[in-house]
Design a protein around this ligand. Structure first.
Ligand code: ZN
Length: 534
């Protein structure tokens, strides 16, 4: 239906606009619009596509501005359905991702300590011990103490569910005995490893948030992302500070891309009380769904499995009260809100689906079009896929996590040989007739990296065609956000959000797909990224 509507609106534009503001011609346009799959030329009026079709010299001559792009490829802008966008700038947390050894990672933190005042906090993120060449261990408190006796250090692992801190940080942070994830030695002394312990440290970096948001949206644009869902901090102060900064950045027109905010589910009642509907906001910034956590992560041994983690007796954990969640799902149904709940392990996914079923039934299917989501859904199996499909629950998954699913990588280490390739079965999900929804979770923030992974992983349960991968990062996500009549494809009447690639991704080997292909990103008709200019 939405395409007919979009085309109808396009006709209106065509009739009312004799001259287009901007035309891109001599283009290989992959529209992802089933009614109009290929085009050679696009016209833009205001912030919308007003022409998508064959080359027309008369229209080019009449346009206010026309650009010949020499046969380059245009695709719809990516919609990243799961990010923690505002952190991507690494203005707040220094980026430990690029380092290949434990030693270099420690050295980077040491350099940061030297650049800071005494007692100033050091935040770092993105370390991944599974790829270090010297030692594959979590950052040790003793080593952090040696380089930083006075500055508190808080260094979170790439998945964000496990943090290494030094002694100074342990003195300052309000750890409570009840925090289950404080790892202790045999004498009960904290080792400096915190698993799924969430702390509200935003007051220490609050002033950096606005700049971080501005830069993060610029980085997103450089990756071809034109819309991103930001899952906000689960800590109340952190969440409030981030939302407040987002509102101000939008008012100042400093957001390069469209952002959909996912507040935590704890805030839902406030939204009900204030009468704020889903998707309320501006054209650049909207409230989207409510986020919750069911289990943890595989890296932190906290995703809830049906077998113990390799060489341990641990099965993982769940972090919420299921009865309370069911009630919240019912409230969401009754108020036309979408829930997005993080679940990774097989048992967590099964139990979350049961909660969704109970919550939806309790509400009497009042809003069966809400399509709630499971975030990550890595260990979804045939039974869960069928149930998700039946309940209209979307699987919001991360193709880039496949980097851990190769032999010898993190998942084999955590799950053992027998189990480590039971995750992210994208091809199986498609066989069940379900659509896929992709997001990057900033690991890395790169749809093209994820698309390359999903289209090249050597397993028939996982590998999917390029077409499906592209849709899973564009039109399918527009549907998930209830924005399919405005976003997700190059169709007349929709927002002019698109990317120009130097080569057609259909004509190069999958292994050559990378962010390097992105030449220009346009949001609402405005250029927000031009290669080499960021
Ligand atoms: Zn996430």
């Amino acid at each position: 239906m939405q395409n007919i509507y979009a085309n109808y609106r396009g006709e209106q534009y065509r009739m009312s606009n004799k001259s287009y503001d901007l035309i891109y011609y001599n283009a290989n346009v992959i529209t992802l619009d089933p009614n109009n799959e290929k085009a050679e030329m696009i016209g833009i009026t205001g912030d919308k596509f007003s022409f998508v079709g064959k080359f027309d010299a008369k229209l080019v001559n009449n346009a206010k501005n026309a650009i010949d792009i020499n046969g380059k490829t245009i695709i719809p802008g990516f919609i990243d359905l799961h990010t923690h966008l505002y952190k991507e700038s690494h203005l707040i947390h220094i980026d430990l991702g690029p380092f290949k050894t434990y030693e270099d990672t420690i050295k980077r933190i040491e350099k940061e300590v030297k650049s800071k005042e005494k007692n100033e906090w050091i935040f770092a993120s993105n370390w991944d011990e599974s790829k270090w060449e010297d030692e594959k261990v979590f950052l040790r408190k003793g080593d952090l103490d040696a380089i930083s006796p006075d500055n508190p250090v808080y260094a979170s692992r790439e998945d964000g569910h496990l943090v290494s801190v030094n002694s100074r940080a342990l003195e300052l942070i309000p750890l409570e005995e009840s925090h289950l994830g404080i790892v202790r030695d045999s004498n009960g002394v904290p080792t400096g490893i915190l698993k799924d312990v969430w702390l509200d440290l935003s007051p220490y970096y609050k002033k950096l948030i606005p700049k971080s948001i501005e830069k993060s949206t610029q980085i997103a644009a450089s990756k071809g992302i034109t819309s991103a869902v930001d899952n906000l901090s689960i800590m109340p102060e952190g969440q409030k500070n981030t939302m407040n900064a987002y509102f101000k950045m939008d008012l100042a027109n400093k957001l390069s891309v469209r952002v959909f905010l996912n507040p935590t589910r704890e805030l839902m009642n406030e939204f009900v009380r204030l009468g704020i509907p889903q998707n309320w906001g501006s054209s650049k910034l909207r409230f989207s769904a409510f986020k919750g956590f069911f289990d943890g992560s595989i890296a932190a041994y906290t995703a809830l499995l049906d077998f113990p983690y390799h060489n341990t007796k641990e099965y993982g954990d769940i972090f919420l009260n299921e009865e309370e969640l069911v009630n919240q799902i019912t409230t969401a149904e009754q108020n036309d809100y979408t829930m997005c709940v993080h679940a990774i392990g097989k048992l967590a996914i099964e139990r979350l689906l049961t909660c969704y079923e109970k919550g939806i039934n309790k509400a009497g299917h009042i809003t069966s079009t809400r399509h709630h989501r499971i975030e990550h859904a890595e260990m979804v199996d045939d039974t869960s896929i069928k149930k998700a499909k039946e309940l209209g629950i979307l699987l919001s998954m991360q193709p880039n996590f496949l980097k851990w699913e190769y032999p010898g990588e993190l998942y084999e280490h955590r799950l053992g040989k027998e189990h480590y390739q039971k995750l992210n079965h994208f091809a199986v999900i498609l066989e069940h007739g379900m659509k896929l929804n992709f997001g990057s979770d900033n690991m890395p923030l790169s749809p093209l990296f994820g698309i390359k992974m999903a289209c090249s992983f050597p397993s028939s349960d996982i590998k999917i065609p390029l077409d499906e991968a592209l849709k899973s990062y564009t039109i399918n996500n527009a549907e998930a956000l209830f924005m399919q009549s405005e976003l997700g494809s190059i169709s007349e009447g929709k927002y002019a959000d698109f990317v120009i690639l130097s080569k057609s991704i259909y004509e190069i080997p999958i292994s050559e797909i990378s962010d390097d292909l992105i030449e220009k990103t346009i949001v609402g008709g405005n250029q927000v990224y031009l290669k080499n200019e960021i």
